[in-house]
Structures are given as structure tokens and as C-alpha cells.
Design a protein around this ligand. Structure first.
Ligand SMILES: [Zn+2]
Length: 104
């Protein structure tokens, strides 16, 4: 099961948040606490994040309490989670394409 969770939530975000998330995901200030079949709990920059699905829809929750869009921590953890499943990072073009379709 090599689904790319980052690609799913990046489409809910914007390019600036995504770029920041890429930088965060390269730092050492993260930790994966629990990996499930379709969920991931972890910590990025001291924020606690849950990633998973609710009724089949990608969902996230972060202690920074940004709700409307996935926050930089959630996106950073999604990249890290994908890497644990050997899913490569989306490239810049991919991110630009995914976020362009974001309308909110
Ligand atoms: Zn957050």
C-alpha cells in the first residue's frame, strides 16, 4: 500500500505552506510515534500531529489547531510518513500543480 498521503493533503494547501513543510521535513526536529495501517502519529517542531482517514477521506489533526487547511506540521509529517513507505516526495512541479487546484 504505497498511497501518497502528502499528495492528498497538499491539494488542500498552498504552495508557501508546502515549501515550508519541505524544509521542516528535512530538519531533525520530528519524530514518528506510531504507525498504523492507514494512520500516523508524530511530532514536528514540538507539535503533535495525527494523520489518517475519516470515512475514507484524508484527515489530519495538529496541536497548533489550524483547522481550515492542513498546517505546515501536518504536511511535513505526511512527507516523512510517505518516506517510511518508500513513496518519494512530490517534485516542485507536482506541488505547484496540486496546490493550483486548491480553491477555498
Ligand atoms: Zn500544526
Amino acid at each position: 500500500m504505497a498511497f501518497a498521503f502528502s499528495r492528498l493533503i497538499i491539494s488542500e494547501s498552498n504552495i508557501i505552506t508546502c515549501k515550508d513543510a519541505f524544509e521542516l521535513s528535512k530538519e531533525k526536529s520530528f519524530r514518528i510515534e506510531r504507525l498504523g495501517n492507514a494512520s500516523c502519529i508524530g511530532e514536528v517542531s514540538s507539535y503533535s500531529i495525527w494523520l489518517g482517514f475519516k470515512r475514507g477521506v484524508p484527515a489530519w489533526k495538529c496541536s497548533c489547531e489550524k483547522i481550515k487547511e492542513p498546517c505546515v506540521h501536518a504536511i511535513a509529517l505526511s512527507l516523512i510518513w510517505d518516506r517510511t513507505r518508500s513513496v518519494s516526495d512530490p517534485d516542485e512541479e507536482n506541488v505547484a500543480y496540486l496546490t493550483r487546484n486548491h480553491s477555498d
